[in-house]
Write a protein that binds this ligand. Structure first.
Ligand code: PRP
Length: 268
């Protein structure tokens, strides 16, 4: 029996993800953010855990270097990979929003001037969102601290993740449009899913039973057929399916703890 390899993301989501895996009886012993070792083998489970940068996890799974991967929907949308999602683990819930300086008078991105600059670490998601609305803007790719950009004249608006809303507030910004709700997903390599369907389905079943969004009615068990269907859905379609209702100017942002149920709706 070969090892099933599961790629887990380094960073702040690692701990809640490990907790779900432990509750599901798929304990990733020894895996820790502080460890310098990146591969952890559980002989008795036939599972190997690997720790990777979140943005790289879709690549490991796409190439089959990992059979399964745990990764945020934001990363999946941005990566634009054709990876079937098996489960919403319901952690890391937050929103991707468009935000502008408070007091700018802009209450919707359609009011931005043509050629406005939009700073983001999600250029694919941002471009797709603005293109779909026929808005001609310049997307400026940054790697972090996105909320800094409008205040120093780099951009008129940003597209970024919002969790508690504190970073927006403290930098004088308000969310004007919701682009997507994101949570953490379990994704699979398509060949692995065919070849190791029984073992993978077993792990998915255990995780589903303990996942915060485990209501069976909302998450029907994935089958090879449904996975094939999901796989045929391109990233642009997924983006189109994400909710895009305007956010009320200065509206309070829902914290992570209250996002999990809402986020299920984005898992269409
Ligand atoms: C993320 C995100 C926002 C912030 C949102 O940044 O990009 O900046 O968290 O959280 P809040 O709504 O609770 O304030 P992260 O901490 O990952 O750092 P980065 O800006 O360097 O990407």
């Amino acid at each position: 029996m070969r090892y099933l390899t599961i790629a887990l993301p380094k960073g702040r989501l690692l701990e809640p993800i490990l907790k779900i895996f432990a509750e599901a009886g798929v304990t990733a012993e020894g895996v820790s953010e502080d460890s310098r070792c990146l591969v952890f083998t559980r002989e008795e489970l036939g599972i190997r855990f690997v720790l990777a940068k979140p943005a790289d996890i879709p690549t490991y799974v796409e190439y089959g270097a990992a059979d399964l991967g745990v990764v945020g929907k934001d990363v999946l949308l941005e990566a634009g990979k054709d990876l079937p999602e098996l489960l919403d683990l319901g952690v890391g819930g937050c929103r991707i929003v468009a935000a502008v300086p408070a007091g700018s008078g802009v209450t919707d991105v359609t009011q931005l001037e043509t050629g406005s600059r939009i700073a983001t670490k999600f250029p694919r998601i941002a471009r797709s969102y603005f293109n779909q609305r026929g808005l001609r803007v310049e997307i400026v790719k940054l790697n972090g601290s996105i909320e800094l950009a409008p205040g120093v004249g780099l951009a008129e608006a940003i597209v970024d993740l919002v969790d508690t809303g504190r970073t927006l507030r403290e930098n004088g910004l308000v969310a004007v449009n919701n682009i997507a709700y994101v949570t953490t997903r379990l994704v699979v390599n398509r060949s692995s899913y065919k070849e190791e369907h029984e073992r993978i389905a077993g792990i998915v079943g255990r995780l589903r039973a303990v996942s915060p969004v485990s209501q069976a009615a909302r998450q029907p068990a994935a089958t090879p057929a449904s996975v094939a269907q999901a796989a045929s859905m391109g990233p642009s379609q997924v983006t189109r399916l994400a909710p895009a209702a305007p956010a009320a100017q200065g509206a309070p942002v829902t914290p992570v703890s209250q996002m999990a149920q809402k986020a299920v709706g984005a898992n269409a």
